[in-house]
Structures are given as C-alpha cells and as structure tokens.
Design a protein around this ligand. Structure first.
Ligand SMILES: [Zn+2]
Ligand SMILES: [Zn+2]
Length: 362
C-alpha cells in the first residue's frame, strides 16, 4: 500500500454518531501486517462504546476487534501459529496486543497485561477496508474455513474463558444469563466440556430458540418469568455456577441469588459500570464472584481450533452478514434491540488494489 492510499472506514464520532468516510490506510510498524478485512463482527462492548458508555473507547475511533481477512502487506516476523507471515495468507487475529514481559504476562495472565492495547480501542480497528496488526497476533485459517467463521474466534475465546472461570463440571448445572453472542458461544463451550444441564435466560424468544438449538436444556424468558424464582423452584437451592453475559445490575443480582451456597458466579457482561451487590449475602453464602476478561493466547488458540473443527458455525439463524456501509444502521439496530440476528458481521468492500477474496464465503 502506498502512503497516500485511502480506504473506507467507519468512524465513531460520539454517542450514536458513526459515519463511513475515507481514512488513510494504516502505516505498518515493524512486525506488523496489513490485512484486507473480509469479515468483522460487531461486539457487545462496542455497542456500549457506540453509546459513549465505555471508558476504553474515545472518539474519533475506528472500532472493530473481531476481524478476519487476507494479508496484503508484511514486514517481518511469524504469525502466532508459527508460519512466516506472507501476503495472501488468510488470517484471523487476536486483537489484544500484550507486552509479554510484565508481571501479569509472565504469570500466564496476558489478558491482564499492564501494557495491553486493544485493536479497535487503543489503535485503529477493523471496521475498515484495512487494519494493521502485529503478525504475531495472527492465526492462519485453513482452506475451507470462511472469514466470517474466522471472525468468531475472538468472541468464542471470551466465552471459553468465562466457562473455564465458572469451574463447571460435566454433572453440574450451569445458568447462563443472556443469549447474545457471548451467552450462545458459552453454551457451545460448556457443551464441549460435557456439561449437559445448561439453563439460559433472555428477554428475546428467538434468542432462547437459538440457545435451545445450541444445546441448552432449559430456557427462561426473563420478560415473562422471574429468573431467580424459576431457578429456585426447578433446582431447589440453586445452580452450581452462573455466567452473567449481560452485565446489568438487575441481572448481576439474579446471578448471585440463583447460585448455590459456595457456588461460582462469573461476570463477563459489561453493561453497567457499577452495581450494588449484597456483600453480606456473598460472605454468608461463600459465593465466589469472578470477573472474566478477554482471553489469553491459549484461550484464543482453543477458539480457533474449535472453529477449524466446525464445532461452532456461522449459521444464518443467528448471524447476519452485511456490507461495511450498513455499519451505522447495524449499530443502531443492535443498540435498540431491533436486530433480528444475535450477531452482525460486516463485510468491508473489495480492497483498493483489486485483490478479491477467492474463497467461497458462506
Ligand atoms: Zn468482542
Ligand atoms: Zn504484559
């Protein structure tokens, strides 16, 4: 790419204000590759960002951290998967760029790196024709795996980590609050761990249908039923573990009241910045409350592996593909609860240099 080249990008300018406009193609630093973005998912964290509720995101910003595409320019260094970075390679990328040398990285908690920088928050993201990322963040996608599937690696990695934090064992009961993408992917991750009793709540019936298709065994429509009363009646004493994939104060309260004494609650939803929690109840019930943030390299590797194995697939029943230019409308629909699909993946336009993706994307 020449320095002067421009690309189309979605730029977030402030609360509910996102425009498509021409932006310079990113310059590559040493060790980075330029990716022609073929697919990029809209994340729940970006919806709160869109509304201006997310302290990590400051306008003007090109968001987009769930991306996959084709490498069009390289500098140096191998991909995360070990292969030499080459133009033409189809990759997904881990957008959490970490230092590898701080105490948290060395302790195996690279998701908590003290110098972490998220693509699409601290540096320009993938709601654009091109994104620059370090080669070592990239995972080569095998032939036959679509870029849309590749773009699911990031949210799947988040869900895998949440399920690990829940400590749920195959014979135990897991309650997942919220059947958005993270909740649904957590159903898939828990099923893969052999968990059979998965209860899911949501306010949208179509999302509960999806949860059923994904292997949850009991659904609760939280608009019609009191989630805690339902759980306590069906499973007297509570469920063994809860994952809150919403993050609203009322839902966090449900999580705590639905778990058994000595049980585990994992908070992954980021809806409310602060919530009041019943501390004395947590003490007397010895409930473990854990935050689950992003993923380590090993969670990400696991996610890519599951996608390669076809365990999670981008079906039309839950995922919708749209052109990049639909981005602002898609954000508004998702924020207002009007989107039909749980997940919307944008497909940025054909790259400037005319390279088209030769693979059949389904
Ligand atoms: Zn995400
Ligand atoms: Zn670090």
């Amino acid at each position: 790419m020449m320095k002067s080249q421009m690309m189309e990008a979605l730029v977030w300018l402030g609360p509910r204000n996102m425009v498509q406009r021409s932006e310079p193609v990113p310059h590559l630093a040493a060790g980075e590759v330029l990716i022609s973005v073929g697919a990029v998912g809209i994340c729940g964290s970006e919806l709160s960002g869109f509304l201006g509720h997310n302290s990590l995101r400051v306008p003007p910003l090109i968001m987009g951290h769930e991306g996959a595409g084709q490498v069009v320019q390289v500098t140096e260094g191998p991909f995360a998967t070990g292969e030499a970075a080459t133009a033409g390679a189809r990759v997904t990328f881990n957008p959490l760029v970490v230092c590898g040398t701080c105490d948290r990285c060395l302790a195996g908690r690279s998701n908590l790196c003290r110098r972490r920088r998220l693509v699409g928050a601290h540096r320009p993201g993938a709601f654009a024709q091109y994104v620059a990322v370090p080669a070592r963040q990239c995972y080569l996608l095998p032939e036959g795996l679509s870029l849309v599937a590749g773009s699911l690696a990031e949210p799947l990695a988040c869900s895998i980590r949440a399920v690990v934090h829940s400590g749920v064992k195959p014979q135990e009961r897991l309650l997942i609050l919220g059947a958005g993408p993270i909740g649904l992917l957590a159903v898939a991750a828990a099923r893969l761990q052999g968990v059979e009793q998965i209860i899911v709540s949501d306010v949208m019936p179509q999302r509960l249908d999806m949860a059923r298709e994904w292997g949850a065994h009991e659904m609760i429509n939280a608009r019609e039923q009191d989630v805690v009363a339902f759980v306590q009646e069906r499973y007297p004493g509570g469920v063994d573990a809860v994952i809150d994939a919403v993050g609203a104060t009322s839902v966090r309260a449900q999580a705590i009241r639905a778990v058994v004494p000595g049980g585990r609650v994992v908070l992954i939803g980021l809806h409310d910045e602060e919530s009041m929690l019943p501390a004395n109840y947590l003490i007397r019930q010895e409930i473990t409350v854990t935050g689950s943030f992003a993923y380590t390299d090993s969670d990400f590797t696991k996610a890519v592996d599951l996608l390669v194995r076809g365990v999670v697939q981008p079906g039309v029943d839950w995922l919708e593909e749209r052109p990049l230019s639909d981005g602002p409308a898609a954000f508004a629909e998702l924020v207002d609860g009007k989107a039909r699909a749980a997940k919307i993946v944008l497909r940025p336009a054909v790259p400037i240099d005319g390279t088209t993706e030769s693979h059949n994307e389904n």
